[in-house]
Design a protein around this ligand. Sequence first.
Ligand SMILES: C[S@@+](CC[C@H](N)C(=O)[O-])C[C@H]1O[C@@H](n2cnc3c(N)ncnc32)[C@H](O)[C@@H]1O
Length: 289
Amino acid sequence: MQSAPKTTTTPAFDDTGKLSLDHINNRADPREYFSVLSKLDYRVPELAKPFFRRLIEVKRDEKGESATKVVDVGCSYGVNAALLKHDMSMDDLIQLYCNDAPDSRDVMLRRDRALFSEAADDDLSVVGLDIAQKAVAYAVDVGILDAGVATDLERNELSQSDRAAVDEPDMIISTGCVGYVTRTSLEPLVEAGQDNGVWMANFVLRMFDYDPVEEMMGSRGYVTEKLEGAYFPQRRFVSSNEHENVMENLHRRGLEPKPAEREGWYLAELHVSRPAAVAAQPLEAIFSP
Ligand SMILES: C[S@@+](CC[C@H](N)C(=O)[O-])C[C@H]1O[C@@H](n2cnc3c(N)ncnc32)[C@H](O)[C@@H]1O
């Protein structure tokens, strides 16, 4: 007698061995996103915040004006914008979208439109770019983001209207996104800001090879530095399966796992690119007290 095929509820993993979060990335509102990621202790935007803030401060000094335009790649529901422009914390967002989330999306929209109507940093304009159209739309609708671009630059070119939205940025940033995006997505954004002397700051998991981005930036006259010795816990591994995949990816890159990685955390590093002419001050000096 033939036995019935086994059905499993094993979570899906993407090509990089990470749990696929596609099912939460593009909902009509951020409730599910924060509910799932808070259980995984997702924290890299919070850890990135003081570094982004410091880079914005230094860029403002360099420009001699405080109006600053940031493009956040893989912005999701405007997470980095909520932290940088509205001075929220990840805990605030988890409170808003998990513990204090109204059942009705309309009620939540009204609450959030009021909440984000005034920014903590008025001179900071954040344009979010993400493949997740609904996530971007929510963040623009409630005013977390100043503008949004929903596109996949891995596969498509920047349309004329999208190009206008990301034109002349002062800084390109990302958390949790490089890996999904490569130099292919980043290059047109850099091109849109090159005349502006745009800087780029990405928090990138150690298991991803950043060399292709560094090479692309080098070919455009940029110096890329990694903040040496700084490791930022991104989130916990969801399973032993994910843990094994990370160990394998690190091994493939010739990297020895750090204690936190052995204990179950994804670790990210900060890579910053600046035009060679302004990169004389080493990155460490920018962040040293
Ligand atoms: C782990 S989430 C990080 C979101 C946010 N930056 C944060 O730290 O909370 C990764 C994001 O990358 C986006 N993404 C995946 N592929 C992309 C692509 N090709 N272009 C732009 N965004 C992409 C996903 O939709 C998702 O919002």
